[in-house]
Design a protein around this ligand. Structure first.
Ligand code: SAH
Length: 403
C-alpha cells in the first residue's frame, strides 16, 4: 500500500483522486459553495460557457445559490436547459453532512457537522424571541490551548475552507426554512464567529466566507450583525477591521499578564498592552460601535473586585462593553464558575464605571453547546495517514468499477 503513496502525491491536482480535495465529491463533481463571483465565472467558462456571458451567468447562479438557497440546477430556470445540464454534470452545491442534531430545552440547537473528508466541527443556533445568532466554527480543533475551553483540549486538525464556513450558514438556513433570503423577521439574524477555532488564524478563509455571507444579493447579513471573536491575534486585528469591518469581540478573561499567560496562552506572544492598543486602533469605533470584551468568570482565578477595577482602568479610552460569561463546565475541566454573588459584584463595579456589563445567560448547556463546550472527535492525522487513506479509497473505487 505504501508504494502507491508517493505516486499519488506526485500527480497533478486535477488528476488526483476525488478525496484529495474537500470541495470535490466522490463522483468528481466539485462544489460551488464558497467560491467568489469571479471564481464561479471561471468555473462556468471551464464548463463551456462563453467568456463574455460568464459574468452575467455567475450573477444568476449566485442568486440561485445564495438568495434562493437552491441546490438543484434543474430548477434554475433563468439559465438555459443546456447550461443547467452541463452544470449538473460538473458541479454540486453542497452542505456539510449532519452527524448529530441536538436540541436543548431552551431551544438552542447544535449540529455536529461532517465535512467531505470526514472531519467534524460543531455549529450552534441560539434563538431569541424574534431573532437568533448562529455560532460558526472556523477550524476543526484549535491551536490555542486556553485552559478553560473544551475545544482547547483538541489539537488543531485543520482549517475549514470558505465553503465549509459558509456551508454552516446555508445548512442552518435550510433547517430554519429561511429561503429565499428574508429581509425581516429572520431567526438567523446574527452571526458570531465564536465556534471551534481561532478565526484570525484562518483569516483568508474566514474573510472569503464572510464576504459571501455579507453580499447583499445573497445571504445579506450585514457586518453590523456579524461579530468575530479572537483570543488576541494582534497582527491580524487591523486587517480584520479594514477588510471586513465586522464587530470585534476579544476573549480577554484576565487583566494581568501573569494570569492571562496561563489561561489564554497566546498572551505570552501578544500581551495585554499590545492587544488593547490594537483594540483602540480598530477602525470605525464609536459609542454606537463598541468592542465587546468577553470575560469568563473563574472562581478564585480572575473574579475579585480588584480584577474588576483593573479591567475598568485598562478599558479607559476604548469604546467597550463587557460580556461576563459564567464558566461553562465540561468533563475534566480544571475550573469552577464564580458564585452568583461574586459575578454580581464584578458586574456592578464595571457597570458603575460606565460600561455595559451584562452577565451572559448560558444557553444550551444541557447539550454541551454553550460557550467553550464545543469539541468533536476529530483527531489530527499525519500527512502519511491521509495519503494512505486516499490510496485505499482510490483502490476501493477502482475495484468497484465495471471491468
Ligand atoms: N478563538 C476565538 C473564538 C472562540 S469564541 C476566541 O477565543 O475568541 C468562544 C468564546 O467562549 C471565547 O470567548 C472563549 O474564551 C469562551 N469560552 C471558552 N471556554 C469557555 C467556558 N468553558 N465557559 C465559558 N466561556 C468559555
Amino acid at each position: 500500500m505504501t508504494a502507491i503513496v508517493p505516486d499519488i502525491a506526485a500527480r497533478p491536482a486535477a488528476a488526483r483522486p476525488a478525496a484529495a480535495s474537500a470541495a470535490t465529491g466522490a463522483d468528481g463533481r466539485s462544489d460551488l459553495l464558497g467560491l467568489t463571483r469571479p471564481e464561479i465565472a471561471a468555473a462556468l467558462v471551464a464548463a463551456g460557457e462563453a467568456e463574455k456571458s460568464a459574468r452575467m451567468r455567475a450573477n444568476q447562479l449566485w442568486h440561485w445559490i445564495y438568495y434562493r438557497g437552491s441546490r438543484d440546477f434543474t430548477a434554475m430556470t433563468t439559465l438555459s436547459k443546456d447550461l443547467r445540464e452541463r452544470l449538473a454534470e460538473r458541479f454540486t452545491i453542497g452542505r456539510p453532512d449532519v452527524s448529530k442534531d441536538l436540541k436543548s430545552t431552551d431551544g438552542t440547537r447544535k449540529w455536529l457537522l461532517k465535512f467531505a473528508d470526514g472531519e467534524e466541527a460543531e455549529c450552534v443556533h441560539i434563538p431569541e424571541d424574534d431573532r437568533g445568532a448562529l455560532c460558526v466554527s472556523s477550524q476543526v480543533g484549535c491551536t490555542l490551548t486556553c485552559k478553560f475551553c473544551h475545544t482547547g483540549t483538541m489539537k488543531l486538525v485543520r482549517n475549514l475552507d470558505a465553503g465549509e464556513i459558509v456551508g454552516q450558514v446555508m445548512l442552518a438556513r435550510d433547517h430554519l426554512e429561511e429561503w429565499p433570503s428574508p429581509k425581516d423577521g429572520r431567526m438567523l439574524s446574527n452571526i458570531v464567529m465564536m465556534g471551534m477555532g481561532e478565526p484570525l488564524y484562518n483569516f483568508d478563509n474566514v474573510s472569503k466566507a464572510l464576504k459571501i455571507v455579507m453580499d447583499n444579493e445573497g445571504i445579506a447579513i450585514s457586518k453590523r450583525r456579524i461579530t468575530l471573536s479572537t483570543a488576541g491575534v494582534v497582527p491580524m486585528i487591523a486587517r480584520c477591521g479594514a477588510e471586513l469591518g465586522v464587530n470585534l469581540a476579544i476573549s480577554l478573561h484576565a487583566v494581568r499578564d501573569d494570569i492571562r499567560d496561563v489561561i489564554v496562552p497566546i498572551n505570552k506572544k501578544y500581551p495585554i498592552k499590545e492587544l488593547l492598543q490594537a483594540c483602540a486602533d480598530y477602525p470605525g469605533l464609536s459609542n454606537a460601535r463598541r468592542i465587546t470584551f468577553e470575560y469568563v468568570m473563574l472562581k478564585g482565578v480572575n473574579d475579585t473586585p480588584a480584577d474588576a477595577k483593573e479591567l475598568v482602568r485598562l478599558l479607559n479610552g476604548i469604546p467597550a462593553k463587557v460580556n461576563l460569561i459564567p464558566f461553562n463546565p465540561w468533563p475534566g475541566a480544571p475550573y469552577e464558575c464564580s458564585t452568583d454573588e461574586t459575578i454580581r459584584k464584578f458586574s456592578d463595579i464595571v457597570f458603575n464605571a460606565g460600561y455595559s456589563s451584562p452577565v451572559r445567560t448560558p444557553r444550551g448547556r444541557d447539550i454541551m453547546a454553550a460557550c467553550g463546550q464545543l469539541k468533536s472527535a476529530s483527531v489530527k492525522r499525519s500527512k502519511a495517514d491521509i495519503l494512505r487513506e486516499q490510496a485505499a479509497k482510490e483502490a476501493a473505487a477502482t475495484a468497484a468499477l465495471p471491468a
